[in-house]
Design a protein around this ligand. Sequence first.
Ligand SMILES: [Zn+2]
Length: 310
Amino acid sequence: MTKLALAADLGGTNIRMAVVDDRGEVIGDDVKLPVPAAVEPPELVVQIGEMAEKCHAKLRSRSIDWKPEVVAFTAPAPVAKDFDGVLTKLPNLPTLVGMDLKGEIEKLFGLPVFIENDATAAAIGENWIGAGRGVRNMICATLGTGIGGGIMVNGEPIRGKDGIGGEIGHICVEPNGHPCGCGSRGCVEQYASGTAIVRLASERGMNVETAKDVYQACQAGDPGAREVFLEMGRYLGMMLAGLINTLNPEMLVICGGVTEGWDAFADAIANEIRFRAYAVGAERARLVKGELGDRAGMIGAARSAFLRLN
Ligand SMILES: [Zn+2]
């Protein structure tokens, strides 16, 4: 019998929710809403309840019987294996610090609740039914506002003792580089995220607002825009080469909106990896784009919850 999870991806700006079955299929459409700025915990709980009701209504309209066995959430916060559900470090949602997310959602739905870090969940999702199907060792980098990371070793996500395992976006690639929100300087996130692409382009005098603008300029033949992508690809390759030498993965999965510009930076990543990593590791690690898009986190959270339910 098919099992269902009510799965949600709680990000710094949006929350996305859907019903996901135990083969990774999203049943019905997903519901996506912005997380209100400075949202307080009670307000978020009300929003979660309303979104679940919308998911339910969508299934009812298609005569699908809705009985989830588990609720799966991601959080943009460190999540260790023994995570008790109380949110601690939340750079993008400081008003939720101290919220017992797990406890509140359990109360709301009367179901078991499991929480996974958002980037770890994306890696689990891509590893389950996305680009990394059947691969036991992979690194997943999600390029967006920042750079999220998830690492699978022998089929298991690396969470580390305190849940910060896999935070590859804060690997330093420029010792005295641009200051980072984490408190360090020169993190790869400052050179290869969507935000960084816009900054690097602005520093070259381009008038752009999004990474997409830079990509469009690149496609139109703008040499400055082309340089930006070569530079961000080189920095990503630097970070990935270090990880190849550390973990010897079979696959490198790059996810997130920035992958729309894949052809502008993929070669630069591969060149840098060939230059820096052990040859056998560089050859082993296949560089690919993610396949699940914005749903990777939600699907991975569901997978994680099904596994823990059993
Ligand atoms: Zn950092």
